[in-house]
Design a protein around this ligand. Structure first.
Ligand code: UFG
Length: 350
């Protein structure tokens, strides 16, 4: 049984590949490496001692995608491949609609044609509207506030329509809260290109000396210390949630949506403190203005995943920060410090 992992070289994708390989699944990774590095897959192979096929392709390339399905016995798909930067999506919405929607359409058409109807889809808590009750449960109305989030929302709707039209489809939609952390080995982790938008990669780069200081986007929210509150979840816990979802869709055809979060919220200042404990250095920061589109508080009601997937996040915030710090120290420039990546195909047996 082979699982196709689209976007498997990315941050969440590579950690999920490791968990799948460790559990004995055979996988094929399809990635265009537009925002990821083949080195992550080489390291996933090293960490697990498993070989797997890597195909460099863009999901919008219909011929290549169909070839992939005709040449391999694919049982299920975990679909990560997408652009994901909120700010960029606001500046260049068409890039996001084109890549995320068109790529998914081609994938779904090929799955349909080759009778591969089991899918785990990588969605986001960003699909929830601003009015959602906290903690946010899956039943809350969706209403994403930016083009990136709307691509996820539209794909969710597309998938629901597909299931209604043909109940042989079996689909789990996973809405992630704020994935952070890195593999315990320090070999794979988050490697943002350019200036990080997200809090933890930014703090880690301040700690290692690549950036001078953190700018906290507002301390006048109605929260305990005035800074924004989020549900930070360790990427390995998140990856394990995908395996549970994969099991679930395999038993019987379903269309279900699950929040993957811890159910706990931490403020920006609490995260800064946790990171300082992990790295043993001060993190200089200044207070800036609010960032457009940010909400004050966002954390999950993760009860449904616990009850139906038998999954719950286990790793606490201090350990999340320790793992990021290990990854950051071992890879100060991310995967860019690696010169030779051409070996990835041999290492992974492609
Ligand atoms: N923040 C700062 N300074 C920074 C970066 C972030 O103060 O330099 C603050 C933000 O204002 C927010 C918190 O840190 O209060 C977290 O911000 P992130 O950018 O790390 O994460 P977001 O919650 O804004 O968004 C993330 C992902 C989205 C995803 C969403 C899910 O970037 O893709 O979580 O809820 F959709």
């Amino acid at each position: 049984m082979t699982i196709l992992v689209t976007g498997g070289a990315g941050y969440i994708g590579s950690h999920t590949c490791v968990e799948l390989l460790n559990k004995g699944y055979d996988i094929i990774v399809a990635d265009n490496f537009s925002n990821s590095h083949p080195e992550s897959l080489k390291r996933a192979a090293e960490l697990t001692g498993r070989l797997f096929r890597v195909v460099q392709l863009d999901l919008q390339d219909k011929c290549q995608v169909e070839e992939l399905f005709s040449e391999n016995e694919i049982e299920s798909v975990i679909h990560f491949a997408a652009f994901k930067a909120v700010g960029e999506s606001m500046k260049n919405p068409l890039k996001y609609y084109q890549n995320n929607l068109a790529g998914t359409m081609v994938l779904l058409e090929a799955m349909d044609r080759f009778n591969v109807k089991k899918l785990v889809f990588s969605s986001s808590a960003t699909v929830y509207g601003k009015e959602a009750d906290i903690p946010i449960a899956e039943k809350e109305e969706i209403g994403a506030a930016n083009p990136y989030g709307r691509t996820k929302q539209m794909i969710e709707e597309m998938l629901n329509d597909l299931f209604q039209s043909d109940p042989k489809w079996s689909i789990a939609v996973l809405r992630y809260f704020n994935p952070i952390g890195a593999h315990k080995s320090g070999r794979i982790g988050e490697d943002p290109s350019g200036i990080p938008n997200n809090l933890l990669p930014y703090i880690a780069q301040v700690a290692i000396g690549r950036r001078d200081q953190l700018i906290i986007h507002g301390d006048d929210y109605e929260t305990k210390d005035g800074t924004g509150i989020r549900d930070y979840i360790h990427v390995v816990d998140l990856a394990k949630g995908h395996l549970k979802a994969l099991e679930k869709i395999s038993y019987t055809p379903i269309y279900e949506t699950y929040n993957l979060g811890t159910g706990k919220g931490y403020s920006v200042l609490e995260v800064v403190e946790a990171f300082q404990r992990a790295c043993g250095r001060p993190i200089p920061y200044t207070i800036g203005t609010r960032r457009a589109g940010d909400s004050a508080v966002c954390y999950a009601d993760a009860t449904k995943a616990k009850n139906e997937l038998n999954w719950a996040a286990a790793i606490e915030i201090d350990e999340m920060c320790e793992d990021i710090w290990r990854w950051q120290q071992q890879n100060p420039e991310g995967y860019a410090s690696v010169e030779e990546t051409a070996g990835v195909k041999e290492a992974t047996g492609a």
